[in-house]
Design a protein around this ligand. Sequence first.
Ligand SMILES: [Zn+2]
Length: 161
Amino acid sequence: MLFNKILKLGNPQLYKRSSPIVPEEILFLKNEINLLHDLILECQKLNGFGRGIAAPQIGLMKRIVCLNLKGKKYTLFNPVLNKLSKEEFELWDDCMCFPDLLVKVKRHQSCRLIFQDENWKTQTWEIKNDLSELLQHECDHLDGILATQRAIDTQSFKLKN
Ligand SMILES: [Zn+2]
């Protein structure tokens, strides 16, 4: 099953920092990038959620994030967040690495996202709300941080069923 390719909570790989990617590598990672996009769709089908995935979630320790936003696919290389707003909001976060668990976290309301696109052009997005929290979640994966480590307190965990 495709979804088994995703490392699950507790796997030590998930807590490691990923390396930057250089443009020469992209060609050789085509299959992995396609797999990441397929896994988002698979997660939507199986679990009813999924808009983004980070490469370390399949054990590929590279700074790549794939998004599927309203059916449109984006591949982000070396994404960086800055201009994190002082305003934060709370939400119950989920993750493909623990599809049955929800974790209450705080995220910045808005931020700026800078990344290289598939043509290695620098893109800058001003993002807020659901997109802001999504990219904070995905960029955390690149630094080896899971939502479980962002839990607001010890009662911020909830099983879905
Ligand atoms: Zn995740």
